[in-house]
Write a protein that binds this ligand. Sequence first.
Ligand code: HEC
Length: 145
Amino acid sequence: MKLLPKVALGLGGLLVLIQVVRPDQSNPPVTGEIQAPAEVMSLLKRSCYDCHSNETKWPWYSQVAPVSWLVTKDVNDGRKHLNFSVWQGSEEGRKLKKFKEIAEEVGDGEMPMAIYLPLHPEAKLTPAETTLLVEWARRDGAPAP
Ligand code: HEC
């Protein structure tokens, strides 16, 4: 066999082999979902919930290694930092800190993560939607008078 077909066959075999390493892509129960005005909720669901909630949608390509490993890592990291599904259970100080971070990350265009957008163009926020989210996070994140 020529070298190129050999390499292709080898790579193909490797791709099949690595499929046995399946990361845990479960969605834990929603125990205390964040409360927000309807238009804010729909933005959070559209742009953030895949990584910052327990209601992640796992499309087929997210289940194919090695993409599955990268996607699962982002979701686990995302949930660890900020999880809108268990929000009510966290303490007030943490919530205020998270609101501040949401205003910062979204305001700077750091979230939703850039790597996510090519396959999820619907998650992109318009300037008006960015302002809406930032203002909500600033308002709800302001310490009670
Ligand atoms: C593709 C997955 C993904 C999406 C979609 C996403 N995030 Fe994130 N987010 C992450 C990951 C991973 C981290 C942790 C690592 C980092 O800071 O880059 C993070 C970190 C954050 C942080 C920082 C929290 C901390 O503790 O420092 C905030 C705030 C945040 N995201 C808000 C949002 C908001 C709001 C949206 C929607 C507008 C969003 N993210 C969409 C993956 C995502």
